[in-house]
Design a protein around this ligand. Sequence first.
Ligand SMILES: Nc1ncnc2c1ncn2[C@@H]1O[C@H](COP(=O)(O)OP(=O)(O)OP(=O)(O)O)[C@@H](O)[C@H]1O
Ligand SMILES: [Mg+2]
Length: 135
Amino acid sequence: MFEMEVFISKSEQETLDWARAYANTLEAGDTVLLEGEMGAGKTVLAKGIIAGMGIPDEVTSPTYAYVNEYGGRVFHFDCYRIESEAQALGLGLFDYFDRGGICLIEWSERIRGLLPEHCKRVEIRRTDGGREILF
Ligand SMILES: Nc1ncnc2c1ncn2[C@@H]1O[C@H](COP(=O)(O)OP(=O)(O)OP(=O)(O)O)[C@@H](O)[C@H]1O
Ligand SMILES: [Mg+2]
């Protein structure tokens, strides 16, 4: 059984700050599934994690590119528009898992069969006052 911890975030900045600190718990080769509905804050989590890894690049949503690469060691996926695992394979998405970097994946359910066996998970949920982050 796994117990999830919960962090309550009242603003985008609090989510960024939490994610910067969370980045310190990650190791090269980790895959993190960023879960939550549209607009919940998955890309905000990715921004904080990438900043927390000491990479100064501006982070944009990879919706059209599917994967953006940061510092050669973080790969941020948005699989929302992936229609099949065959399409994902054809796009070479699977290859990123062997590059020894950290993969951050939004809408990972679209490529479930391609994911590494062991993944970390961070879920962000809208609540009345802000967001709940479960990790
Ligand atoms: N506490 C909070 N934490 C994170 N984001 C927040 C918070 N409060 C408000 N927001 C806002 O919610 C939005 C989250 O957008 P974001 O692009 O990160 O969502 P997403 O989960 O990546 O959506 P999509 O599935 O469309 O990619 C931003 O506009 C952000 O400013
Ligand atoms: Mg997003």
